[in-house]
Design a binder for this molecule. Sequence first.
Ligand code: ADP
Ligand code: MG
Length: 143
Amino acid sequence: MTEIIETYSPEETEALGKRLAQESSAGQVFTLIGDLGVGKTVFTQGFAIGLDIDEAICSPTFTIVQIYDTGRLPFYHFDVYRIGDIEEMDEIGYEDYIYGDGVSLIEWANLIEEILPEHYTKVTIEKNLEKGFDYRKITVESI
Ligand code: ADP
Ligand code: MG
């Protein structure tokens, strides 16, 4: 199943993240793909709001995973952009998170394609400058 959502402001992208999080359940994994500056952090901030997490989301770039325990479900926010070797994922306990009781969201998941779970929700954000500077096409696919 694929859903395509077009947004024209950061608020709309945030609202989509919020809705998907509200609809999410324990153990669900989301991947988030898109170039720098496309709106991944905006989406993720909305996602956290949708889980009733009231903290600001900071980029987990240097820790790979950031854990938020104050929401409706535990939230495991991964950013694997700087991953050197796939074995680093084992070292941080990747499988315990993605097969655990929380909701996982993995930025730059294309870099760890071979260890993604069998089923996940793939979110891809793309710009199209012909449609305006603030336009984003967001594709949500069930894999
Ligand atoms: P990333 O995390 O993918 O590098 P950010 O979320 O940090 O990107 O930044 C996205 C930037 O694009 C923000 O400055 C945001 O205000 C802007 N922006 C403009 N239009 C949109 C939109 N429709 N959706 C998301 N962000 C948008
Ligand atoms: Mg970001």
